[in-house]
Design a binder for this molecule. Structure first.
Ligand SMILES: Nc1ncnc2c1ncn2[C@@H]1O[C@H](COP(=O)(O)OP(=O)(O)OP(=O)(O)O)[C@@H](O)[C@H]1O
Ligand SMILES: [Mg+2]
Length: 400
């Protein structure tokens, strides 16, 4: 038994309600309820509280060559801590961690930092990133996470130097994300994640995916309420239309964003305007929607770099699922648990039909295959002849 947060990280107060799901919580405690302040809940007590000096040492004084990435919150650094004492360790020894350092001292950033600590201290699941501890010393706000060696999905899908993700790995990632979201939605306070995007999906050394960044998460509607009304905050290209238009937030908002991530995995194209692949569009959804509902033209959205790694049937099933998730009517979208079931069936289909590609995830782990190995070239040409993906340059689609 524990607590659920009742806050938007952007709102001015928190409320508490009870979790029914005893397994999801590490400890229990009472959330401080105050009309003007958001505070750390007692359930954070199992987290390590780092001093600023500790984290300075762990990251070699926040050296620029320790930077793993940068987001709206600030820089993320690679650091080393002693696995037993959790104090800073000599670089290259002990456990590797990721240290996120709040850039601005603004109130907004602090709220997100608090929401992140409060949620991640209570929610434990193999598809959610693990928070090890935090630092809150004078104006400094930092978060210390388990290190995810393969970084974020965005880098793999869209950055040139990234290793090409095989079809089976993409399905595996979609499944992990669906598991993470299903878990959140299954809690009694049905937590809405609100910030699903490829840069918030982190990958471990085996390409298992975990959700990170709970700064925008909030509890879903309770009792008879159908939705929560909130100010609009999120990432363009991923946010659901009813949420953008009306501030109407439900777990189905996450389902929509999941549909966008599915499209990114299928097409290898960014959620927001990307003309690098020879196809111009404002949003990926706007560009892909007409293809998703047309079985004859659907294959045109597929990532041409995937060649013949998937069957037409599997691609069509995924397109149908994406279309359901992206339904303009939020009530018509499937629940995340249904999405998960469909993906599990698809993975079984994939495993049965795509046995020759069973090695590809293994190859990704070892970095053996980068982009297209020459030996697969013939197979790719053949797949196009039998109805595989057409290069984007041959689709003739331009929306602007
Ligand atoms: N636990 C981690 N392990 C390894 N790399 C990480 C970890 N957390 C973040 N990163 C890297 O740091 C980058 C920046 O992450 P961050 O969450 O701050 O920003 P973002 O997700 O790109 O944008 P936003 O601020 O909108 O969430 C990520 O894209 C990822 O490459
Ligand atoms: Mg992020």
């Amino acid at each position: 038994m524990g607590i659920c947060l009742g806050t938007s990280s952007k709102l001015a107060h928190v409320t508490s309600s009870q979790f029914n799901d005893s397994t999801s919580l590490a400890t229990s405690g009472n959330l401080k309820k105050d009309s003007s302040k958001v505070e750390l809940s007692a359930s954070t007590s199992h987290l390590k509280i780092f001093t600023f000096n500790d984290l300075k040492n762990a990251t070699r004084n926040f050296r620029s060559d320790s930077i793993l990435g940068e987001g709206g919150f600030g820089y993320v650094f690679k650091g080393w801590i002693d696995e037993k004492t959790l104090t800073s360790a000599k670089p290259g020894t002990g456990t590797v961690v990721a240290v996120k350092k709040l850039k601005s001292e603004g109130f907004q950033g602090h709220r997100e930092w608090l929401a992140e600590v409060n949620y991640l201290s209570q929610l434990h699941h193999e598809n959610l990133v693990k928070l090890i501890g935090y630092c809150s010393e004078s104006e400094h706000r930092l978060l210390v996470y388990e290190f995810m060696p393969k970084g974020c999905l965005e880098n793999h899908l869209f950055k040139r130097r990234g290793q090409l993700l095989s079809w089976s790995t993409r399905i595996h990632i979609a499944l992990d994300v669906a598991r993470g979201l299903s878990f959140l939605h299954s809690l009694s306070c049905n937590v809405i994640y609100r910030d699903l995007k490829s840069s918030n999906i982190l990958l471990d050394s085996d390409f298992n995916a975990k959700l990170s960044d709970f700064g925008l998460a909030r509890d879903g509607p309770d009792g008879d309420k159908t939705h929560v009304s909130t100010i609009i905050i999120g990432t363009p290209g991923y946010a659901a239309p009813e949420y953008i238009a009306l501030g109407r937030l439900t777990p189905k908002s996450d389902v929509y964003s999941f549909g966008v991530v599915l499209l990114e995995l299928m097409s290898g194209k960014r959620a927001l305007g990307d003309d690098s692949a020879g196809v111009a569009y404002d949003t990926l959804v706007e560009w892909a929607r007409p293809f998703l509902s047309d079985n004859r033209r659907m294959m045109r959205i597929m990532d041409t770099r995937l060649g013949g790694q998937y069957s037409r049937k599997a691609a069509l099933s995924l397109a149908a699922l994406a279309l359901q998730c992206l339904d303009l009517d939020d009530k018509s979208r499937p629940a995340m648990s249904e999405v998960l079931t469909t993906l599990e069936q698809l993975q079984t289909l994939n495993a049965q039909r795509m046995k020759p590609h069973a090695r590809s995830r293994q190859a990704e782990k070892t970095g053996e295959e980068k982009y297209f190995p020459q030996k697969n070239k013939k197979k790719r040409v053949l797949s196009r002849l039998v109805g595989g993906a057409l290069p984007a340059s041959q689709t003739g689609v331009r929306l602007r």
